[in-house]
Design a protein around this ligand. Structure first.
Ligand code: DGY
Length: 323
């Protein structure tokens, strides 16, 4: 009998998807929902695996990749793939895939939700009521920033950035964007305006980080950039933590250089509970839930399984990210 290809799945994903993969593959799984696979288990599994289906919580570095003897594919169940050393993988002929498209609208929804929650201080207001502090309606109690007709600055006009612009349009916002390359057709279609980073930061009421995390975008927003922003400005990050310098962000908030921040992603995840950002009432923090709708997460698992399957079968997967 021919041996089935061996695949390792690094977390519990929906059962129907595991079952499908089991029809053609010999599947091992780190069957835990809420704790990442220990590095030594991953190291052991990768040695003779043909395929790996992993999450952004797994660091797939050079050291790990060097242990693999027959690995054909790493299918990341995320659109971002900064957790994987693509250069080493490519050198070893390992295909890397991601899960774009299926999470675009869901992540844009969450980005806009976080923008609104931060502007209107929703978590703070909710806690205020539950903590028994609500004694009367009061003219300036828990007052926030207007969203309708304000200016949004979108840094990174990819799929999710564009989806965010569409939402902003519904709120009659003035939309500025910055991107590696201009997108004239999108500018016309959505009525949005390209600016330099500096001009965007100076004019935006809301600065939204929508870029991938790369060597170019690492630490892209730091001290000098917060200085350029309006004192009433709100920064929103649903991309990756390291794009904003968190230390400088904290300082900018303390110095009232900017007004508030809404963060779904952090340099270190999970965010340590003693992190200085958690001492500030004007920071809304979420545990990396941008794509977390039931439908979208199932779709992401399906796309990840399809990519894995295609690569194992010698086809070029739809969502291959190696150049
Ligand atoms: C991604 O896909 O990169 C998100 O961070 C999780 O959906």
């Amino acid at each position: 009998a021919t041996l089935k290809p061996k695949i390792f799945i690094t977390r519990k994903i929906p059962t129907q998807i595991i079952n499908q993969l089991e029809e053609t593959c010999d599947v091992s799984i780190w069957d835990d929902e809420y704790s990442p696979v220990p590095q030594d288990v991953l190291e052991e599994q990768i040695i003779d695996a043909d395929g790996l289906l992993c999450l952004l919580t797994e660091t797939i570095n050079k050291e790990l990749l060097e242990k693999a003897t027959k690995l054909k594919v790493i299918s990341n169940m995320a659109v971002g793939y900064n957790n994987i050393d693509i250069a080493t993988a490519s050198k070893k002929g390992i295909i890397i895939t991601n899960t774009p498209d299926v999470l675009t609208e869901t992540t844009a929804d969450l980005t806009f939700a976080l923008l609104m929650a931060t502007a209107r201080r929703i978590p703070e207001a909710s806690a205020y009521l539950r903590d028994g502090k609500w004694s009367t309606w009061s003219p300036m109690l828990l007052t926030g920033q207007d969203i309708y007709q304000s200016t949004i600055g979108i840094i990174g006009l990819g799929r999710i950035g564009e989806a965010l612009a569409k939402r902003a349009k519904g709120f009659n916002m003035n939309i500025l964007y910055h991107n590696r390359n201009r997108k004239p057709e999108v500018e016309v279609a959505l009525g949005i305006q390209y600016t330099s980073i500096e001009e965007l930061l100076r004019n935006a009421d809301f600065v939204c980080i929508m870029t991938p995390y790369t060597t170019e975008t690492k630490n892209m927003i730091r001290k000098e950039h917060f200085r350029m922003m309006k004192n009433s400005a709100i920064i929103i990050n649903t991309a990756r933590g390291g794009i904003i310098n968190e230390h400088d962000l904290y300082q900018a908030l303390v110095d009232k250089e900017i007004w508030a921040a809404g963060l779904d992603v952090f340099e270190q995840e999970p965010l340590p509970l003693n992190h200085p950002l958690l001492t500030l009432p004007n920071v809304v923090t979420l545990p990396h839930i941008g794509s977390a709708s039931i439908t979208t997460r199932v779709k992401m698992a399906e796309v990840a399984a399809t990519n894995l399957h295609q690569a194992i079968n010698g086809e070029t997967p739809k969502n291959m990210v190696n150049k």
